[in-house]
Design a protein around this ligand. Structure first.
Ligand code: OOG
Ligand code: NI
Length: 454
């Protein structure tokens, strides 16, 4: 890239920080949550100084301090295709396909995120991006009305579109263009107190599904939450009420474990906000909330299948008011190995292999088994962190913020092809990304060990 241009990583870093500042002003509880998370993370690092590898400590702590994910909901293929182009300027690409229709939420989704290790370390900012599935609205007249409203809205400023085109033409953005791009792009995600539709239409859509009203009745896809990452979600969940924040009852995802896997999430309920409708009548809308996440190890397809199976079994157990849900989950997950050696040996999780602290000469001709090199300390196996999302958890986060009644929407089915057609590109397979990282680390490791032989 021309050195005149700002790197996509740096643009993403600036953008995510600007977005976080905007959301702190819009939703003050988010600022409170950031403070709790910062404090809990500092305490965790003080208690367990070996949380991150020594030689990567500063970078890992920096990553943790800037790490956020957000979520938006879009109304049409055109919007999804345009947002893909906007995120590409910031080095964010669509990874994974999530079908939420099975849980009664009429959307499917992907997550835009950086994909290389270096970009993730720089700033792993991600946006969970859902697309409304009009075909899941039962009433044809309402469906047409929704399509007509969406067809007329433009979620980007004209200048943002120009800058995206400029980026594509030049192959990058200069510093002043990057600054302008960040502030223009931010406009797309801003909250609007004015709705461009009449209150009666809003209410009609709300009755069909709260989510439809949230997408269709506003000028743009307001960011509906920003989520910092914590090292101890149970502790943050405990502290939220002390700071006047009411979290949802249960933490989504796997139970607490010695070796954390995938992703655990919890949120606080959406705020009720005043809206002025196009016909000058006043009302309220609830959409925006706060969330925290704790990330664990990325699982292989085999590990993920085991996770899905145990989660399903746990959800079939009727919830007993007297028994803590987390304890119930822990019981259901008793069959999921919880030590690093078993996770590796049974190929349940992805690992990064590194040269270990034992520098004694070894004869590679005699030791070809990685197990013995790990046992002798010549090799370290470090869990690769999960950078993606979980559909069942996401549905739980949606539901807790949309209210209970979603029954009026017919149950859908996954349609990845339709999603990719709307996106204007394929989605990247997350398992391939993790497997490639693992393979690359192994290759580098063998090269290092072989170099030591000479
Ligand atoms: C997105 C909910 C999904 C997550 O963290 O799983 C999500 C939404 O409510 O729009 O953000
Ligand atoms: Ni989220």
């Amino acid at each position: 890239m021309d050195p005149e241009y700002v790197s996509p990583d740096a643009i993403r870093d600036r953008f995510s920080k600007a977005m976080s500042l905007m959301y702190q002003q819009e939703v003050p509880q988010y600022g409170t949550l950031l403070n709790i998370v910062r404090q809990v993370n500092e305490e965790c690092l003080a208690r367990s100084p070996d949380t991150f590898l020594h030689n990567e400590y500063a970078q890992a702590v920096n990553r943790l301090s800037v790490e956020r994910h957000g979520a938006i909901r879009l109304g049409s293929a055109r919007e999804l295709d345009e947002i893909r182009q906007m995120f590409a300027v910031m080095g964010m690409y669509p990874v994974g396909y999530y079908d939420l229709s099975a849980a009664g939420v009429p959307v499917h989704a992907t997550a835009f995120r950086p994909v290389t290790e270096a970009s993730l370390a720089f700033n792993p900012f991600r946006i969970f991006t859902s697309l409304l599935r009009l075909e899941l609205i039962d009433d044809p007249a309402l469906r047409d009305k929704v399509a007509a409203i969406i067809a007329h809205r433009h979620i980007f400023t004209p200048r943002a579109l120009e800058l995206i085109a400029e980026n594509n033409r030049q192959g990058g953005l200069k510093d002043c263009q990057a600054a302008e791009f960040v502030s223009e792009a931010l406009e797309t995600f801003r909250w609007h107190h004015h709705s461009p539709v009449d209150r009666t239409i809003y209410q009609q859509l709300l009755q069909q599904h709260r989510l439809i009203a949230d997408v269709v009745c506003f000028k743009g896809p307001h960011i509906n939450h920003l989520t910092p990452r914590t090292l101890d979600i149970d502790e943050v969940q405990r502290r939220m009420p002390q700071q006047g924040i009411a979290p949802k009852e249960t933490i989504e995802g796997p139970p607490p474990r010695r070796c954390p896997i995938l992703l655990r999430q919890t949120s606080f309920k959406a705020l009720s906000e005043n809206i002025l409708f196009a016909d000058q009548t006043a009302g309220t809308h609830t959409a925006r909330f706060g969330e925290i996440e704790q990330r664990g190890q990325a699982l292989t397809p085999k590990g993920r299948a085991l996770y899905d199976k145990l989660l399903l079994a746990a959800s079939a157990v009727p919830s007993d008011g007297n028994v803590d849900r987390q304890a119930q989950l822990a019981q259901a997950f008793a069959d999921f190995p919880d030590d690093i050696a078993s996770l590796r040996q049974q190929e349940l999780g992805f690992f990064r292999y590194l040269r270990g602290p034992n520098r004694q000469a070894i004869n590679l001709a005699k030791v070809s088994e990685i197990e013995s090199l790990i046992a002798s300390g010549h090799v370290l196996a470090e869990p690769i962190i999960y950078e993606d999302f979980l559909p069942v958890s996401a549905a739980g986060i949606f539901q807790s913020n949309l209210g209970g009644d979603t029954s009026s929407v017919s149950r859908g089915h996954p349609d990845k092809n339709a999603f990719e057609a709307a996106l204007g590109s394929g989605v990247i397979d997350e398992f391939t990304l993790y497997a490639t990282l693992e393979q690359a680390s192994l290759q580098e490791l063998w090269q290092a060990l072989e170099a030591e032989q000479q």
